[in-house]
Structures are given as structure tokens and as C-alpha cells.
Ligand binder design. Sequence first.
Ligand SMILES: [Zn+2]
Length: 667
Amino acid sequence: MKTSLKTKVGRRRFLAATVVSTSGALAVAVDKKPITQASVPGDPSAPEEQAGTVPSSPPFDAPIQFTRQEAPLRVKPFALTQVRLLPSAFLDAQEANRSLLHRYSADRLLHNFRVNAGLPSSAEPLGGWEKPDCELRGHFVGHYLSACALMHAATGDAELKSKAQYMVGELAKCQERLGGGYLSAFPVELFTRLNNRKHVWAPFYTYHKILAGMLDVHEHCGNAQALTVAEGMARWVDQWTAAVSPEHMQMVLDEEFGGMNEALYNLSAFTANPQYASVGDRFTKKRFFNPLALRQDRLRGLHTNTHIPQVIGAARRYELSSDRRFYEVADAFWTEVAETRTYVTGGTSNNEGWLTDPNHLAEELTRGTDSNECCCVYNMLKLTRKLYTWSGDPRLFDYYERILYNHRLGTIDTSNGHTQYYLGVVPGSWRTFATEDGSFWCCTGTGVEEYSKLADSIYFTDGKDSLYVNLLIPSELNWAERGIRIRQTNQFPVRPETHIEIEGQTPPTFTLHIRIPSWVQTQASVFINDKESEVSAAGGSYLVLQRRWHPGDVVRVTFPMQVQVERMPDDPKLQAFLYGPLVLAARISATKVPESFVVGRQGPDFKKQGPAAVPTLHAKDKAPESWKRVSEEHLQFEGARSESRWSLVPFHSIGAGERYTFYWKVV
Ligand SMILES: [Zn+2]
């Protein structure tokens, strides 16, 4: 989440400044410079915008006219209500998040909205970015509505549904009181400042979260009032954006606005009202989309998570209208980020931006230590899922799976549901976590959504007779349209296999597509009812089993796993090791970082704890085969040479405050 402070104020220092403020105003300097792209001018580690020329024939300079003409999808996910997680680390993460959602008080969450609407509230205000004087207040409430709705769909949790519906009803009262459809926890004056190019912190970003939350409660809880509230909010946006010239609107879009375009496209789809999509089109940031539509990487200097949600919006726009310009934006962006700007963990961003040209990840690490903002991977997963439904390409799930195991598992503390902000990449980093009610960062918001919908991408269908199994997450699928139930169980990744059992009343005929990940370098073996099948498939493709199934049939697939090496593109001596999709890491210090540098911190602070040298491995150790798994029951690897001091474990198993590395210098 980008601050637009024009002084050199890092995120942690910004937070400290707001904490000490007693006057109700932000205790930071504000100037009148126009809002620009880079997050913190004057900070040598801040993104530096890429110089260059404007593309010769900008595709988005042509008229943008919305006409609904839906693009064909090759595959679509099952509804969250049709999939249930079974015991695994993913279920643990979901349940930790569910407990957290239950613990939050609806009235505390509503406090700032009621105060802003002039309605009584005696609730204790929340802290962090939900403090009553924080300009982003209310953003987490939108995330919270989405999370409750998704969690209800994923688990059937009726209490969270009731809580979300209560909050929608109370927020509707606030909207009524505020008038004109406007709904926010801060006054409309923040939007006036945005319009006047005065300093303000991303009011449309927060507005998007609330709008999206309403749409999620409508979609997953069947709540009609939420849709009515959302339409009121959108009508206000229509009026606000219609009152500014298109040229001025392009300048307004320099300030982070989340996925306003996506939410308005979704609202248009729900209501079959094209006007909302036309309002969404006003959030087309042309100088960002134009190069992408020409498949040019001009991402250097951009704030990462300001832009990913805009591309999700572009993807949704393509789906609804078949306008290829938007397809190119989404596809080109994904390709650049996933293939040239992603660390081994699947994460992206440094100091919240892209600081270098593509394929300069080692150089990125010399520029700063605040790497891998968690909300970026949340949004990249959303985008990947969309691209997959267009192509059905299983290789997209190599990326998806990498993020799930290394950047979603581990970034939630399953003892309390608290989540991370930055996931440190620099050797010697350690995990830091939010507090219960004093953080509410951007990544806290995407966190409560993420761990409410871990079941949403395991199974897909072509809508006819094909079932696609993309992830090895223990779960049950109720394919009600076909009267079929699927039960997937395994001990993956401790044991490299999965079991898929067919349940149901009548023997169905359908085609089972099981994704063979690209990390499978030798043959995957398939057994049907313990009898080995001759069917095979290479890594990065689907194993296809078409037959008349019988209730009780069990398919067992084994996936040979081995340690593999991945090198930094601009420094091949900087290497990481993986076991299947798992990044392997080592604890490099016997003592943990003190809790005061862990809890409530957005990331590791090397100024306080000191840097750690990149551990060096000698050439004999660098070969992947020199790492041997030492236990059948656990994932632990040791170097072949007895004097090797390092022990590798899955990165996600490294706990809070433990200093680690997953990149090594190999000499
Ligand atoms: Zn974030």
C-alpha cells in the first residue's frame, strides 16, 4: 500500500508519526506538490520511474466503449460452496483466520463509519490503519466483509454470514445518513483534496474495498441489501467522475485507487447495467495500460500493488466485452511480473515497487530490504486464476502453487491468524507479524480474504464432462451438477503422492485431468484401484483419464520429487534450492530476534538487528543431489559432506523471529 507522503517517510516511520499525533491531524508534513507516481520522492531506495518515449500508437487513446460481449472461457472454477478443505496445513490456515474473523467486534469495525455519518457509537476505536485519524480508515472493513462472505461460502459458517449481514445493514444506515449514495468512514472532503491535487491518502483505494465487500456479501451470502448499497456507492462514483474532465481524471488516477475498475465491472455484470462498466472505464490509467497493450515492459519505477488490481480490472473487462486490448494488458503484465520480476518464493516487489529492469532481481536486493509485499501475491493469484480460465494452461499453476506453498503458508501465524506484510528475501531476514487490533495494514486486509478462499482454485471444469485437479490440497468436491463427489487425500508434500476417490450414486463417465507440475522431471506413476496404468504425462501438462468410473474407484498418482536449483537471472552464483514446489531455507542463527522486532512490525529492520552476510556454499555443495533428505517423516535436508553445517527445511516452516536464508552464494 503506497503512502503519498511527499516527505521521506517510510511506512514504519509514518505509522510512528500517526501514533504520536494527539491533535487528530497527521503528524507529518504535507506539501502542495502534484501527486506523482513514485511513492516516496527523496528516498534513494524508492522506485525511480522509467524514462522513455510514449508508445507510437497508444491503443487506449482510441475510444473505449463498453458493449457486453462475453469472452469464452475454457474452464471455470467450482463455486466455493462446492469445495471443502480436509485436514492439512491449508485447513489450519483457514481455521486460524476463521477464529480471527470471529474475534473482531462488528461495532468496533463500524465505529468510524458511524462517527463519519453522525450516528452514535460508543465502541472502542481500532488502531493502526483503522485509527480514527488515519485517512485509510474503513479499508479493512471492506476486506472484512469480503472475508466473512468468502468464509461463509467456504465453510458454511452461519455466524460470520449473520455478522456480515448485520454490518451491511448498519452501513446502509450510514449511507442513508450521508446521502447521495456515498459510503465511507471518512468525509467526502478527502475526495475534494484528491480532485484538487492536494495531499491525500488514496480515498478511492478504500472506497474500492468497501464496494468489493458489498459485492462479495451479495454474491456469497445472497444479500440483496448489499447490492443496493453497492449501486448507491457506484452512482456516487458516476457523478464524481463525470464531473471531471477525462484529462483531469487521468491525473486523479496517479493516486492509488485499488481495483475500482474491477468492482464496477463486477457490479455491471451482477446488475446487467452497462452504465457501471462505463464508469469503470473511467478508471483506465492510460499511461500504464498503453505500453502493456503493446507488450512493452515499462514497469520499472511503478508502485507494485497500486497496479496489480488495475490489471485484474482489465482482465474482468476483457471477460465481459471481449475487447482484446484489455486481454493484452492482462496477459503481458502477468508474463512480465511472473517470469522476470518474481523471486523464488513467487513474490514480487522491493520497497513496494519495481526498482530495476526485468530480470535484475539480484540487483533489486541491493536496493532495499522491504521485499515481497504480501498483498501483491494475493492479487497476482487472483490474476493468475483469471488467465487460467481463459487458456486452461496447467503451467500457470506452477506459479500459483509456488506462491501457495511459500508465500501463503508461513505468512499466517496459525496460533492467532495474524499475517505478514513484507516477506523478507535478503539473507538474515525474519518473519514479522501484525498485531490483533493495532495494525490493519493493506496485507492484513488481503490476508483475511486469502485464507478464506484457499479452496477456490483446486478444481475446475469445462462445464461439460471434464474435471481438472490443479492443486494437491486435501479436499472434497461436490460436483452436484453431475451427482459426483470427489475426495482428495494425501500427506503431500511429506509424501509425494495424492489419492483421488470417486464417490456418488451412479457410475459416471467423465474425464479426469490431473495436473502434473513442471517440477516433476521424471515419470509420474498412476494407479487406478492399485493397478498401475500405462497412461503418462510430462511435467507441465495434464494426465488425462477418461473412463466410466465406479463409486469407490481410487486414483493414486505419485510425483517424483527431487531437490532442484534456481539461479538469479542476473547473478547465477546466487542460488536457491527447491524440493518440488517448496523453497528450502536454513535457520542461520541460533537465537531468535526479540519479540519487539517481530510483533507489529511490517518487516525486518536491519538497522536495528544488523545485516547478515549471504551464506557461502562451495561448489561441491551446490549440486542439488548433494542435499539428502534425512527423514521419511519430515522434510529436512542436509549436505552430503559431513562437515556441512546447514540443514534445509521448507521455508514456510520457519517461524516468527527466526533468521533465515533461502538464497546462497555458491563459489
Ligand atoms: Zn500490502
